[in-house]
Structures are given as C-alpha cells and as structure tokens.
Write a protein of this length. Structure first.
Lengths: 360, 360
C-alpha cells in the first residue's frame, strides 16, 4: 500500500521481499528477494536506497543498529523501533514518560504471576515481549493453571491487568525527522477474536477532552526529544469515566489507518513516505463526515475472485483493496472502505464480505 | 496512473514499455520493452494478458485487427478505436449519428479549402487525420497562403469551421462490454497555447440542459449498438446560446479526467480497468463540491526536485502527481489536484507550479 503514493510522488521504491511472488513484489518493480533476518540482504537493499523503513517490526534490533553504524539512514531508528519490538521496553518507557498504562510487571514464574494477580486481580493478560500480532503472543489467564504452559518456557513475560475497557481507540500520528507533526482524527477499532475487523473514523460520540489527551500523548511519545522521531499508530483503550490507557504503539502504517487511503486528504502511506524522507507532511483532514473500513478476512470460500464481481456490483461506492495473498480462514487478505454521512448505513455496507459463499 | 488502482484491485498489470526506464516501467514490475508499432511485441504482450488496452491511440489499426483476428481481447476494439485514431472517420461517424459537430469537410488542395472557406468563412481549422495531440497536427489558417505548406504535402486534411466557442467542456463516460454505463459530472477545461492547463470539476455555472445533452451524446456514442463499447473522454465546445459541438473524442483515460483520482469516488483509471475487464463499474460521484486539477508543465528550471519540497510545504492539501519524465519546457510532467468549497481559492492554489525558479 506504499506503492500507489510512491507512484504519485515519483519516489523510487525498493522492497526486500520474502519471495518473488510475495504481494509487494507483484507491484514494486525493484523487489530483491531476501529475509528480513539476513543482515547482508538488508545491507544490499540499504546500499540502493536513501532511506530504509519497515512494514513490520520484526527486523532484528541488532541488524538495524549495524545498518546505522554503517551510516545508512534507518527511519524510524533502532532506538525508537525497539519500543514497538519489545513490549517490556515499551511499558518501561511509557511509564517513565507518565503516559497512562494498565498496571503491569514482568513475570518469570508462578510466584511472580500470583503476586501480581493478588495486586490487580484475575484475569491477567500475559504477553510475549516480542513477535506478537493480531492476538498472537497474547494470553488472557483466569488462574495460575491457565498460565502453566507459558510459564514453563522459563522466559520473561509481560503481565498486564485486564483493563475493563468500554471500547478501543486508535490514534495515528506522523512526525518527521525535522520535527513536523500531524495527527488524524481519533478512530474506533472493533476487534473480533483479537483481530481488528472494523475501523470507524472518527470514533463516534468521543469526548473531545479524551480525544485531545489521547492525541497529545501520541504526539508526545512520537516526538520525544533524544530519541528518533517516528511515525505510527497508537492503539489505546477507552475506560469508563473518560480516561484511557495506551495499549500497543506501532511505528509504521497500521491497519487502524487504512481508512485514510480514501477517507483523508493524505493517506497514512503517503504520510509515511513523506515522514521518512523528511518531506513536508500532508493534510490529515477527513474527506467525509464518516469513513468505515472493514478488513476482508479469509473465509470458508477459497476462491475469492468468483465473488469479487458480485461485491463490486453490490455497492459501486465501496473501495475494494485486495492484497494478493492466498486465502486462509481468518487471514487479513484485503479491506474495503466506504465514506458518507449515515454511519449505520456505512457500517452495514462495509460489513459485506466477499469471502464467504454464504453471503451470496 | 493505471498502476495504483490495479494494486488496490489486485489486478496483474503488464505494460509494453518503449524503454526500460520509461515512466510506466518504473512502477509496473512486468513491463516488457517494445514498440507499439511492432506487431510481434504486441502479440507477445497480448499472449500474457486476458485483455489488452491502450494509453494512447497510436497503435496501428491493422495491428489491432491482426490481434483480434488471432483471438485476443482488445478493448476498445479496432472498429471503435479507429474513430479516435482518424479524425475524418470520427467526423463521418458523429455526423451520421446526428451528434453536433462543427461544419467540416476533407480537403486536398487549395481549391477545396477555398470552397470550404467560402461556405464557413475564415479562419479555418486544419487537422491531420492521424497522430495529433496537444495542439500538434492542428493549424488555424486565416487565408490560403497560411495553408500552403500543409497543402503542399498532397495528403487529405480535415477542415473544420473555427467555432466561436465560449469555453471548452469535457464529458467523461465509461461503458463496459456488458453494456453498463457511467458518467462523471461535466467539467470545464482551460487551454493555454493549445495545451490543457486546468480542469474545473464540475464546470461552473453550467446550464443543466447543456450538461444533460452533452452527457447523453457521449453515452450514446460510447454505447452505439453494433460497435465495440468503449471508455473515454469526450471534449466538446460550448457555444453561445447553450448549444455545443463535439470536438475530439478519446477512448482512454484522459487528462481532463485526472481530477477523478481524488475528486471522485471512482477514478477514471480504476473505471478503465473495471470497464475493459467487464467488471461492474464504480460510483462516479464527486467527493467534494469543487475539484481543480492543474497540469505541471516543464518550465525553465530543469531540476524539479529542488522545488518539490517547497510545493509540498506551501500547501499540505495539494495532491501532487509527478510522472517521472524528463523536464522539457511545456511538457506535461505531472499534475496537482485540490478539492474544497471555495473555487477561486482552489484555482489559485492549483496554479502554483513547481517547475519555474521564479515561483520561489
């Protein structure tokens, strides 16, 4: 999704692709094949670029540090990215900055977990510090027994209180190396089985004070002096009573910002390119009163393309984005976006999915 | 500009590119190099595609006929495309259909031109039937002497009366093989030295009856039974008194429709892909009250990129499209688009050009 704005802005994109037929390689002419864990592959890519950036957080921190030591421009830099890579480092830093967090600790054994649960109560949310996404690497446990498999690994886990949130919000901000910052309206994200299925922009009936303080916190973290500035989404949970806690920061274009492709004057993808290249940032105003984005998840019907014309015919105003991925049940294989004035209507239209035979 | 919607819709684009570093080859991974006049190159491309289409009209008609005879899907087909390739064929057909045209004839010599001028008056507009664009292949002559060079070639020329138009309009419509049709709002195009420099969508203060009849004529031509349906822009000139004549039809995405990328729910490029693949057409409604597109013309300042950040900084809401072309004075090397409620403001902002050192 970085390719279309790169075309418009005439920016020469190169992408390190895990296979010749990976999604990105199908749409970017210069897509050398290599693993993101292979420092030599990263180095060869960097040597051909003015700036290196990411579409996920899983590039090893030490590889990023090596590239930086060799003089390559890595944005966001390793010192910032580690906060999106390691959830314990992230919690330590957010807490030190005074950003609202759920109560948390690190645990290594049953005694540690029991002590934490005695303080915050069951259930407790366990997270692996690295590697999780879309509900993976997260386990909600109601007692010690439920945690036994994870604790048996003997690794450090992040333990967080289970926050009784009323809904989940996402704040998307961009900040460029020269310090310019921009924020989009705060959106509501709807999760189903731990996977984001729907985003409503802006978040309906959101208290203005809460929106302002969540945005302020996101901009503050993004612009923290002494660290690399960075661009990214920031998920947070709205609590009863109008407060919030920060859930998980990301430092790249994020699923919660896909609505901006059509819904905002500047999409998060164009903005990411502008930000990492230190170009002036674009206008983040919405183009419509409401925009609803729904993820297309792989369903029980592996042949996406026989239902695809029906989806286009069903709603000529739906903007369809398909990622060229193999259909697997539950996998994010695309998204649809629709904008307008009637939120209930838009949500119903965005919810029409092309992947299930039962829909047609 | 077809590449971004092809990415979104997960359509595999291949482009026959005149050079490995041509604009299209920089953004489409599968871009074999070849000339559009080389039938073997066209055949190899077609063999790798479900449908073949065009971004200009200069592919020889006989090559298209050969591809069709070999069973390849060519859209629009040669029988339709010839009307955009040959201006005499186009005038004959439009006249037969009863579509308003300026008075016209074909001339071969001074006697023929003199007889036509005696009927319609000087000046007369001479056009080469094939190969013209952006004012090339068009000559406005005020007397026989001015036409002597062109007449000396001994080739058939199209002669048209010089219509005293008040402004130029463009009607963009799409029609798919199964017969679905869609039209965008009629726009005004502003020409400078024969080159389109600005497009205002919708055309300001346009008489509703004129808009309806111009759109109806465009849809009728696009959907004429017995011919291939096709997609394309249609330029026409508005005459005093609320009538119009059709100027030049095109059968591909057109400069007068670039505003649709941000200004309409479905861009002309996405629609072209949908139309030639016989997918359901998309919604053509505007996303804003006004959208203004201005072409970026090569100026006296060959280094576009040193002024580019200034342009982005100057107006964060301006959508900038650069085509990756070498800067030459007067060449269309990109365009900018801006949408909003205040037309005068939008026109002033769109007119800011990044190519002249004097602007900064």
């Amino acid at each position: 999704m970085l390719a279309p704005p790169a075309v418009a802005l005439d920016l020469g994109l190169r992408v390190l692709s895990e296979a010749p037929d990976a999604s990105a390689a199908l749409v970017v002419p210069q897509a050398p094949v290599g693993e993101h864990t292979d420092l030599d592959a990263l180095r060869r890519l960097a040597a051909d670029c003015d700036v290196v950036t990411f579409d996920h957080e899983h590039v090893p921190t030490e590889h990023l540090q090596a590239l930086e030591a060799e003089g390559f421009a890595v944005r966001p830099g390793s010192a910032a990215l580690v906060h999106a890579q390691d959830k314990v480092v992230m919690r330590e830093r957010l807490t030190a900055m005074g950003v609202p967090c759920p109560r948390w600790t690190t645990v290594r054994d049953a005694a540690g977990l029991e002590a934490f649960a005695a303080e915050v109560g069951w259930p407790v949310v366990l997270k692996t510090p690295r590697g999780g996404y879309d509900g993976k690497g997260v386990l909600v446990v109601r007692d010690l027994d439920a945690a036994s498999d994870w604790l048996a690994r003997g690794e450090v886990l992040l333990a967080e209180e289970a926050v009784p949130f009323t809904r989940e919000l996402a704040v998307l901000v961009a900040r460029s190396p020269m310090g310019q910052a921009a924020a989009w309206p705060v959106v509501e994200t709807v999760q189903t089985d731990g996977i984001c299925t729907e985003v409503i922009a802006p978040a309906p009936d959101l208290d203005e004070g809460l929106a302002a303080s969540a945005t302020e916190a996101a901009l503050r973290v993004a612009g923290e002096p002494g660290r690399h500035r960075r661009h990214g989404g920031r998920a947070c949970s709205s609590l009863p009573g109008g407060s919030f806690v920060v859930n998980e920061p990301a430092m790249r274009p994020h699923n919660s910002g896909h609505w901006t492709i059509e819904g905002s004057v500047t999409s998060q993808f164009e903005q990411h390119l502008r930000a990492v290249l230190d170009l002036p940032l674009g206008d983040t105003r919405p183009r419509a009163r409401w925009t609803v984005m729904a993820n297309v998840l792989g369903g029980d019907y592996p042949d996406l393309y026989s239902t695809y014309p029906h989806l286009l015919a069903h709603d000529p105003a739906l903007k369809v984005h398909l990622y060229g991925k193999t259909v697997r049940p539950g996998r994010k294989i695309g998204h649809v976006t629709v904008s307008g004035d009637d939120l209930d209507d838009l949500r119903a239209r965005a919810a029409t999915q092309p992947t299930s035979s039962r829909e047609w």
